[in-house]
Design a protein around this ligand. Sequence first.
Ligand SMILES: Cc1cc2nc3c(=O)[nH]c(=O)nc-3n(C[C@H](O)[C@H](O)[C@H](O)COP(=O)(O)OP(=O)(O)OC[C@H]3O[C@@H](n4cnc5c(N)ncnc54)[C@H](O)[C@@H]3O)c2cc1C
Length: 557
Amino acid sequence: MSVTHRLTAPTPGWTATTDVVVVGSGVAGLTVALNVRKAGLRAMVVTKAMLDEGSTRWAQGGIAAALGEGDTPEQHLDDTLVAGAGLCDEEAVRTLVTEGPDAVRRLIATGALFDRDEDGEILLTREGGHHRRRIAHAGGDATGAEISRALVAAVRDDPGIELIEHALVLDLLTDAEGHAAGLTLHVMGEGQRDGVGAVRARAVVLATGGMGQVFSATTNPAVSTGDGVALALRAGAAVTDLEFVQFHPTVLWLGPDAEGQQPLVSEAVRGEGAYLVDADGVRFMVGQHELAELAPRDIVAKAITRRMQEQGAEHMFLDGRHFGAEMWEHRFPTILASCRAHGIDPVTAPIPVAPAAHYASGGVRTDRLGRTSVPGLYACGEVACTGVHGANRLASNSLLEGLVFAERIAADLAERHRAGELPERTVDVAAARAAQPVPLPPSEARAEIQRLMSRGAGVLRSAVSMADSAAGLALLAEQAHAHMAEEKPADPRVETWEAANLLLVATALVAAAAQREETRGCHWREDFPERDDAHWRRHLITTLTASGDPVSTPEEQ
Ligand SMILES: Cc1cc2nc3c(=O)[nH]c(=O)nc-3n(C[C@H](O)[C@H](O)[C@H](O)COP(=O)(O)OP(=O)(O)OC[C@H]3O[C@@H](n4cnc5c(N)ncnc54)[C@H](O)[C@@H]3O)c2cc1C
């Protein structure tokens, strides 16, 4: 299989070489790079903005692992399988929960400082769907920032890791056998590596994070534009579970016209005892689920959305006034500051909250060693679909997934290197040129894609709403094709490349969501409100057709 499509871009003007090129510098990418180095391989990390600009540094609640007394990987497995609503790969989950505790200990050894009690024991909290306190946190609610700080410091300390910031990766390069052999990228800035270039490598690891920017309201930062999934599709890789987008139930509501990244009010706030109430002060989660406010996220997001519809309200409230000022300041300093920055004081007033796109449970399909369907192309972290999340991610399992599977990818690369199976690769230049150029939409398409997706393919979905989204997306694609045919294409640049990636990922997501005629996990169909195991206890595998359209095929049962 070789790359069938590529983004419209200038021919590479420079080339660099490494052993393993890692795309992305969140928990997944940096952990791969650090571990690949232990095997004596050179690593290059290329990242779109600054090293710490992915979702990792925004993670608040923490990282889940069976570290507490009485807790076991088996119990963590049970909670994960329940959240995944029948679609988890049980062996992948078992790998996650059994290797997780030691992976967290190794992260601590790398320098991440977790919150501890007076006896030095790691403090553990609870989040939705967990039956035990098993979420380790740092800086109160600044876990991701601390993990990012520690990993960034470690990679900066290693002269064998080359770091290229402000580098947007465009497409995969393969050799004559179809094995990954490097990638093309655009480096913003001055100096030798300015503009479009190529990196040659023995293997490529995608760690590009999520795709929250496909929607208008999201907790994800601006860099989360689904680039890795789009690249993988163009490279011929299989992608799966795209329809399962987790909407975080409690995102600070900033008004009806708010767009882009919006502040999260972590589940840990509910874990510590804050209530969800409607405008009349009624705790509407009580009686809906045995865990009330701590029910799995999809249940809470749906209940909030339903209540908002019933009452014609734009948001609900999260009431944590009973914590008092001291607890807010010590346990949730980040959330307190961001609420106050928006004129809400959680110490004296309930916080207005509404659901927003938060986490992509699906992604580039991998096995338990992080291998995708394209030889030599690995995927790790939120961009990957290892099978651990199924139809819905259990809170705080994603940082853990990034850690555990990054270590496994590095171990696989090390093993292949030792066995002589990781030779230098020669890029098949003719094949790269033969790949069809994808026309670029104008940069304004980004906001239109977001509107179309939030309106028709958000928390509430139906055949009618998704047909509207699909038609709007198809029109954007047609316009881009027409402009290219008229020789008036949009300029190849970061904004238009990102718009092309968003358009492809959004189109693939809607196609899969429209096909799945049931309600399961975080995929909620108003027109098919029941879970339908007889037909749908299986994955949809998405690939690109020869003409570049995403097509989803149900996996054999
Ligand atoms: C507000 C918030 C709170 C969260 N809280 C938690 C939590 O408490 N616990 C938990 O487990 N999870 C949490 N999550 C989810 C978790 O943070 C992410 O799933 C995880 O950090 C993803 O890590 P990653 O390394 O896969 O990707 P990221 O950390 O998102 O990193 C992706 C990297 O890829 C780069 N990149 C993207 N595209 C390109 C490209 N084309 N070229 C080059 N580089 C590219 C980005 O710049 C970035 O460096 C939260 C997420 C958010 C947004």
